[in-house]
Design a protein around this ligand. Sequence first.
Ligand code: MLT
Length: 319
Amino acid sequence: MYKILMTYNNVEGLDSLFSNKEFKIDVCNKPSPEEFKGLVKDCDGLLIRSEVKVTAEIIESANKLRFIGRAGTGVDNIDKALATKKGIVIANVPGGNTISAVEHTIGLMLSLARNIPEAYKSLKSKKWTRKNFVGTELFGKTLGLIGLGRIGTEVAKRMRAFGMRIIAYDPFVNSDLAKNNEIEIKMNIDKVYRDADYISIHSPLNDNTRGMINADAIKKMKDGVRIINCARGPIINEKDLCYAVKSGKVKGVALDVFTKEPPEDWTIIDMENVIVTPHIAASTEEAQVRIAQEMSGVIIDFFTKNIIRNAINTPNKCQ
Ligand code: MLT
């Protein structure tokens, strides 16, 4: 029997895994690092979301771990180098929450353009102040996408329908895909900074992207730019962004992700012209079920059929 430790408690969509007699699933919602170290000791597999970190210490505590399943997209919470060195397969479900993340990004963009959260708050406090909430149209504006993977591309397709010009930077761009979707690729990120009225970030967090949106980058942006981040918090230097919002250089910010989650420093969250949500871009009923169903299949195939699917640190294969 294979022992799987699940570090979150939403079991919806995991029926095929839970009913499979080859598996024993232990659920511990968001264990502390100490708890996690103890629980992982005799596990064959882990099933995690982004709230826990699979650090070197956790991996070193695991005596028989062979598989880490990430129910979602980002794998920045896993020590990939060590897991790979130890022959542990890391698999994710990158497509499952794409549309949810796309729709949340667009919701935030519209909220920024039309002051929806502020207008809502004002009216709920029984004030009828229409003149404070004059917005701007997205039509005719330029949207700059940093990262043109699944989510960036789907945002682009939808925002073309709003009449936006779409420009994008991605070092691994698929030029045909971009051309077919009327996306102008900029080989130099500075050109995105220079031309975009809205900048939306859709890159993974890695050594190249950590702190990428900092004072230097912001200086190159248009005055009055609006920035949306539904990717990963540490891609933005929050202190530099606070300063740019305060100075008026950046007119509006919408954040779903933060340097630390839950935040330790609430400065940016408390600022005017900054709208925030608590890392919920991927949190829809549809996405959660889709991801759970797909991940169940990936885990069952890995342990019972020796089939590696969705791996990010080893080629997918039938062993
Ligand atoms: C993801 O990477 O799948 C999303 O950001 C959602 C999450 O991390 O929970």
